[in-house]
Design a protein around this ligand. Structure first.
Ligand code: FAD
Length: 265
């Protein structure tokens, strides 16, 4: 069984700060991590690796430093890793990202199962997994939190709903998006860490030509959407001092609370 896991390297924060002038994410001083949902997807793949002798390939698209995320994945037990990096890939919207990842899957060739995280904590769209399934014409199950059984041509998964869960049967090959509530992802082991140290040389690095795309098809140029403006909402707090006789001040305060519907009229 061949499994591909997509992992994205993201800043280690959910409180993203934006440069007020450029609207770009301020990455300076922020540590990078494997996107949390993707670590759960990788853990699920590694469990299938143990139970079904599956071969796990991890792929990430990003700047050259995304190799660290792939090294960690190798340390956790992935069999091979591929970094998609090319200046032409930068500025991609979710469509261009999914297209690039899809081309990488076609370049890899054989696969039975693709696992993505449900959502990246920086881009936050949850679009890439479903778009990738659409591009590859695969059945997809989203919000998966347990893979119950895997047979030659089908798998059974549980997906989380707001007020319960659904058990879904799905034919293979398929794509799952995984939520961060599966089993706790493992840490890299000592042997795995040594492998991770050597992994940088083992990780394949592919550029646009390697996956057979032109620069016009990917990155900012290939994106169907363009961000006009990015900004963090401003919350302005206004303080007001009430002065006068205590009874008058209390009455004014009560009136204002009622007026603003903070207490019952
Ligand atoms: C309209 C628009 C314009 C954008 N423009 C820019 C821009 O100009 N510059 C810029 O830097 N970013 C831009 N972005 C953000 C960038 O496109 C997204 O970060 C990227 O497309 C992935 O989307 P996401 O982070 O929302 O991932 P999600 O859809 O939330 O991710 C779901 C899952 O897909 C997989 N995945 C997602 N991205 C990757 C990846 N790179 N490698 C491997 N697996 C991955 C992971 O498994 C992840 O858990 C833009 C986004 C949008 C919506």
């Amino acid at each position: 069984m061949q499994i591909i896991v997509f992992i994205k390297q993201v800043p280690d924060t959910t409180e993203v700060k934006l440069d007020p002038k450029t609207g770009n994410l301020i990455r300076e001083g922020l540590a990078s991590i494997i996107n949390p949902d993707d670590r759960h997807a990788l853990e699920a793949a590694l469990e299938l690796q143990a139970a079904h002798a599956a071969r796990v390939t991890v792929i990430s698209m990003g700047p050259p430093q995304a190799i660290d995320a792939l090294s960690e994945a190798m340390g956790m037990g992935a069999d091979r890793a591929i970094l998609l990096t090319d200046p032409a890939f930068s500025g991609a919207d979710t469509w261009a990202t999914s297209y690039t990842l899809g081309k990488a899957v076609e370049t890899v060739g054989e696969f039975d199962l693709i696992l993505c995280g449900r959502q990246a904590i920086d881009g936050d769209t949850a679009q890439v997994g479903p778009q990738l399934a659409d591009y590859l014409d695969l059945p997809q199950v989203s919000y998966v939190y347990a893979i119950e059984s895997v047979a030659a041509e089908q798998l059974v998964v549980k997906r989380r709903l707001e007020d319960g869960y659904e058990r879904v049967e799905c034919r293979l090959p398929a794509l799952l998006t995984v939520i961060g509530r599966m089993k706790t992802p493992r840490y890299p082991r000592m042997g795995g860490l040594l492998k991770a140290c050597r992994a940088k040389a083992l990780i394949k690095v592919w550029n646009a030509a390697d996956i057979g795309v032109t620069t016009a098809e990917v990155g900012l140029e290939g994106s169907l959407t363009h961000v006009i403006k990015t900004f963090a909402p401003k919350f302005e707090r206004r303080g007001e001092m009430l002065s006068g006789e205590t009874a008058d001040v209390v009455q004014t305060l009560v009136d204002q609370l009622k007026e603003n519907r903070l207490i019952a009229p």
